[in-house]
Structure formats: structure tokens, C-alpha cells
Design a binder for this molecule. Structure first.
Ligand code: HEM
Length: 146
């Protein structure tokens, strides 16, 4: 007989966290490509408006989902996690991604409002997002024992 095993709540939260991160980081990188290209278009505000749509429809819900699932796992076991050095590094990179999320969203809003110069250098934010996400993944996967 075929038996179906449901994942534990904690495994389900981890799966939700990782899925939300996939959407979140993908959305942020897409926004930086759209805003970065805006200056070269005849109507830069149009590309930035699309980037705003990616931000509000994908990046913000995925960020909230990742944060909620991550905290739901973190909070009940906070005393255990507090003894794990890798978690501090991982959360440090996660905070960096959150800061970049807000910087990218704000840039898209400014360019959409017609401040075209704000698009300059957006590619740097894209690379920083990629590197901070890579750091979070590295320290989440390569858990060092306390
Ligand atoms: C938004 C704030 C975040 C919080 C509060 C958070 C918290 C957590 C927690 C508590 C875990 C479970 C660790 C364990 O018990 O093994 C976890 C796992 C993980 N996190 Fe985050 N995280 C955040 C953001 C991120 C970001 C930005 C990334 C990278 C894009 C990321 C990537 C991962 C990965 C890949 C795992 C799976 C580790 C495994 O193999 O078990 N997290 N996170």
C-alpha cells in the first residue's frame, strides 16, 4: 500500500521560506535590470513603472512570506539558534537583502515619477543583492556546529 508522509510544520516552514526567497530575489534582480535599462529608453518612466509593478506584486509579498516563515522557525527555537555562530552571519546577510529591497523599490519609484537620473548605477544594487543573497544561502547551508 502507498503511504503519504506529510512534512513536519518546521520542514513546511523551511520549504515556504526557500520558495519565497526564490521569488523575492528573482523579483529584485528583475527590477534592477528594468530600472538600469530605463535611461536608454525613449520613455524611462514606463520601464520604472513596470519595475514598480514587479516590486509590489512579487518582491513585497515574497519578502513578507520569507520573513514570516523565517521568523516562525526562528522564534520558537531562538535560544538554540542564539548558540549557533553561522546564524548570525546568515541573518546579517538577510538584513542586507532587506535594506537593498527598500533601496531598489525607492529607486524604481523615483524613476517612475520622472527623476530619470536616479536610474544611474542601479546595476550595483543588483550585484549587491546577488552577493548578499549568496552569503545568506552559503551560511544557511554550510551550518557550522556551535
Ligand atoms: C528575511 C529574513 C530572514 C529570516 C528571519 C531567515 C531565517 C531563517 C531560518 C530560521 C532558517 C532555518 C535555519 C535552520 O534551522 O536550518 C532559514 C533557512 C534558510 N534561509 Fe533564511 N532567513 C531570512 C532571509 C533569507 C534570505 C534573504 C535568504 C537567501 C536568499 C535565505 C536563505 C535561506 C536558506 C537557503 C535556508 C535553508 C537552509 C537549510 O538548508 O536548512 N534566508 N532562514
Amino acid at each position: 500500500m502507498l503511504t503519504l508522509y506529510w512534512p513536519s510544520l518546521s520542514a513546511a516552514l523551511l520549504a515556504a521560506h526557500v520558495l519565497a526567497n526564490v521569488v523575492w530575489i528573482g523579483a529584485l534582480l528583475s527590477e534592477t535590470l528594468l530600472v538600469g535599462q530605463a535611461m536608454w529608453l525613449s520613455d524611462p518612466t514606463e520601464a520604472a513603472t513596470l519595475a514598480r509593478r514587479v516590486h509590489t506584486r512579487l518582491a513585497i509579498p515574497a519578502f513578507l512570506g520569507s520573513l514570516a516563515a523565517g521568523l516562525a522557525r526562528l522564534w520558537p527555537a531562538r535560544h538554540l539558534y542564539a548558540a549557533m555562530p553561522w546564524m548570525y552571519a546568515k541573518l546579517g546577510f538577510a538584513v542586507a537583502v532587506i535594506v537593498l529591497h527598500h533601496l531598489i523599490g525607492a529607486r524604481a519609484r523615483r524613476v517612475a515619477k520622472g527623476v530619470v537620473g536616479a536610474a544611474e548605477g542601479t546595476w550595483v544594487l543588483g550585484w549587491l543583492t546577488f552577493l548578499a543573497a549568496a552569503g545568506a544561502v552559503l551560511f544557511a547551508i554550510a551550518k557550522s556546529t556551535p
